[in-house]
Design a protein around this ligand. Structure first.
Ligand SMILES: C[S@@+](CC[C@H](N)C(=O)[O-])C[C@H]1O[C@@H](n2cnc3c(N)ncnc32)[C@H](O)[C@@H]1O
Length: 339
């Protein structure tokens, strides 16, 4: 039964605890395992293997468990960092992603790139400062939940200045242009009918705005080459291009490296990125698991967005810290800014 794990942080080794979680019970696993050769967390040993191949193999054992417990509509997100050994960049995250692909049990849906606005300024005369990290998004089936409009939706709000609905005089110029045009009587009537409909859509906020092209008055679309709009202009005398307000969703997210006052954990990922991934991949009431919970970021954001969380963390000091963070997380506001 999954219920006994909900909204809890379990102190222990995720290699063991994941085995107790029932099949097909998790909507989203979102996690950042210890990076290869980065730091000593104590306990489980993940990240401190002598060879990168052993590290990937240990990660794969955990990943396969994550796949087993994920629902058919669910997704798994792993965030990994890279490592230089003897001046050579190992491409650790990509080695992992390729190993996952060999298993052929999930599909890689996206590689979301975190662009660090303030990367650690490690000085190295003959290297640029690494400022990106991947979040690999894997799905178990093609039926995965994916709310693209919710991802970075605040941008639409601000980019449109919050002005979703068109004013009363929208489209007025097009009535005058239709009257002035050489369209036949029937074509003019049809043009005004469709213009009325699109004006209603704009005033109701269903579309942000529109453009109309009328035969003989406007330049032909696509430089006058054959195509759907050109055909419309030829056949009925006009075409209407609807403009939707949503900005396109790219596989990039910008965020500062997280700094939380008094935080005892050395590798916290940004609440903002976790918030956007939860909005993209889950809905209210869904179950979100982080098998390497650390300071509790995944659980804190899940609670704020009314998702259920399960956290696993091997280090008891971090478990206590995460529990405190969750208690103090009374403030339910979402984070609107990306830096
Ligand atoms: C990169 S940190 C995660 C940080 C987290 N995303 C946050 O925002 O605080 C990885 C965490 O995994 C924990 N850990 C390492 N091996 C583990 C294991 N076998 N089972 C559970 N937790 C483990 C470490 O103690 C560490 O806190």
């Amino acid at each position: 039964m999954i219920e006994k794990y909900l909204n809890k942080i379990i102190c222990g080794d995720c290699c063991q605890i994941l085995q107790e979680i029932p099949d097909n019970s998790i909507d989203l696993t979102l996690t950042s395992p210890p990076y290869f050769c980065q730091r000593e967390y104590g306990g489980g040993g993940i990240g401190n293997e002598p060879k990168v191949e052993d590290y990937i193999s240990n990660l794969m054992t955990i990943f396969r468990q994550c796949v087993r417990i994920t629902k058919k509509t669910g997704t798994i997100v792993f965030n990994l960092g890279d490592k230089y050994i003897d001046g050579n960049l190992l491409l650790v995250p990509y080695r992992f992603a390729i190993e996952v692909q060999k298993d052929n049990i999930v599909k890689l849906i996206n590689e979301l790139t975190w662009v660090k606005v303030n990367p650690a300024p490690k000085q190295c005369a003959k290297k640029l400062i690494p400022a990106t990290e991947p979040f690999f998004i894997f799905a178990k089936t093609d039926d995965y939940y994916f709310n693209k409009d919710a991802f970075l939706e605040y941008r639409d709000k601000y980019l449109n200045g919050g002005k979703k609905k068109a004013g009363n005089d929208v489209g007025k110029k097009y009535y005058e242009l239709i009257d002035k045009s050489d369209l036949s009587k029937e074509e003019k009537e049809q043009a005004k009918k469709e213009l009325n409909e699109v004006i209603m859509e704009a005033m109701q906020g269903k579309i942000e705005s529109f453009r109309m092209k009328i035969r003989g008055l406007h330049a032909l679309p696509y430089g006058g080459q054959a195509g759907g709009r050109l055909t419309q202009i030829e056949n009925k005398g006009f075409t209407i291009i609807k403009i939707y307000g949503n900005s396109i969703r790219k596989d990039i997210i910008e965020s500062n490296v997280e700094t939380i006052k008094g935080n005892i954990h050395p590798a916290v990922y940004p609440e903002f990125i976790i918030q956007e991934l939860l909005k993209l991949l889950t809905k209210e009431g869904d179950v979100v698991l982080d098998p390497f919970l650390g300071s509790g970021t995944t659980a804190v954001v899940a609670q704020r967005l009314k998702r259920k969380y399960i956290g696993i963390e091997i280090h008891s000091e971090y478990v206590s810290y995460a529990e405190n963070r969750i208690k103090q997380n009374a403030d339910n506001h979402t984070l609107d800014m990306f830096i």
